[in-house]
Design a protein around this ligand. Structure first.
Ligand code: TXA
Ligand code: MG
Length: 316
């Protein structure tokens, strides 16, 4: 059984496993990651194999802080400003890659850029400190499926492919990091996520355009179908059809669903984000004809929640 409580001992064993080129799943504040030594091409290849992930889709490299980030990428004043404002935290920065950083080419899918993030989770930070290596870590799910926000989800997705799954409890934010590219003249929002767009715009002092599905090369991970349960999803639902399960939001819930999970009875978007992937997973196992999802306001974290729901709902 690879799931172990993330004690100090277990974190040291996990660091050892990473240094030996094995894979370790660990909690971050957003979702669980499947980590590998980012300088070890074989270990990184094993991440792609475990996830069945397309090789053109690059990985985020996790570092403890800004100082470590500067070893792998060139940071201009905009990058420093965003890192100082939001790190450690759920913001990934796509930056010009330093050639002397020692990162395996497979991590960046051969691009001249690299995505870096300093996670704000005590277990992730303890692991980074113990291993003293850059950790490449995508979300610890099979490619295209719902991201894991609990150790048990990782085990359900990947079994014993990771040498260890560090259990740090449920992820407090529950939705992946926001990805911003600073590789070109204008900052680009590549993925909506747990750092709300408005907060980044305020730090930059100007607005960011929304990610554009027509520009897949800037954002190879934004494949249309993603975060997908097996049960079909029906969005913006106000009336339940027979046999449907309901993913609800807010206090006023329509009746008639075979099973209900409420993302936030108070209508709180942060609470809804934290419960989103676990809720989808639970309702996916409920044997319903479809998962009906109530409307969710499209502001703040609601933008990222709706982005995930739309991708999950794309027909196969
Ligand atoms: O919250 C998170 O970001 C989680 C935790 C584990 O840190 N990680 C995560 O990784 O969501 P993943 O692999 O599921 O998503 C990484 C995203 C993908 O959309 C990928 O295409 C994009 O980041 N990405 C990575 N490197 C890139 C690069 N050099 N240029 C453009 N996009 C990049
Ligand atoms: Mg992912």
């Amino acid at each position: 059984m690879p799931v172990v409580p993330a004690t100090e001992d277990a974190i040291h064993q996990a660091a050892q496993a990473l240094a030996e080129g094995r894979l370790v799943a660990f909690p971050t504040e957003t979702v669980y990651g499947l980590g590998a030594d980012a300088r070890n091409a074989q270990a990184v290849a094993a991440v792609f194999a475990a996830k069945e992930r397309p090789r053109f889709n690059p990985l985020i490299v996790h570092v403890p802080d800004l100082e470590a980030a500067a070893r792998y990428a060139r940071l201009d004043p905009r990058a420093r400003k965003l890192a100082e404002t939001f790190w450690p935290g759920p913001l990934s920065l796509v930056l010009p890659k330093r050639a002397d950083g020692g990162i395996a080419d497979l991590v960046t899918a051969g691009l001249e850029t690299i995505a870096l993030r300093a996670p704000n989770h005590p277990v992730a930070q303890a692991l980074l400190a113990a291993v003293d290596l850059p950790i490449a870590a995508p979300s610890a799910n099979r490619s295209g499926r719902v991201s894991p926000t609990a150790a048990a989800h990782v085990e359900a997705e990947l079994g014993d492919l990771p040498a260890m799954i560090l259990d740090g409890g449920p992820c407090p934010l529950g939705i992946e990091s926001t990805v911003v590219s600073l590789a070109g003249p204008e900052p680009l929002l590549l993925r909506l996520g747990a750092t709300p767009r408005e907060a980044i715009e305020e730090a930059l002092g100007h607005s960011l355009s929304l990610p554009n599905d027509a520009a897949p090369i800037a954002s190879p991970g934004q494949l249309e179908r993603h975060y997908a349960p097996n049960t079909p999803l029906r969005l913006e639902v106000t009336d339940i059809r027979p046999g449907e399960a309901l993913l609800a939001f807010g206090p006023d819930v329509p009746s008639g669903a075979a099973r209900i999970i409420n993302l936030s009875t108070a209508g709180n978007l942060a609470e809804a984000a934290a419960n989103l992937f676990a809720g989808l997973r639970a309702l996916d196992g409920a044997g319903a004809s479809a998962i009906a999802v109530m409307p969710i306001p499209d502001q703040g974290l609601g933008e990222a929640i709706n982005d995930r729901l739309r991708r999950a709902a794309k027909a196969r």
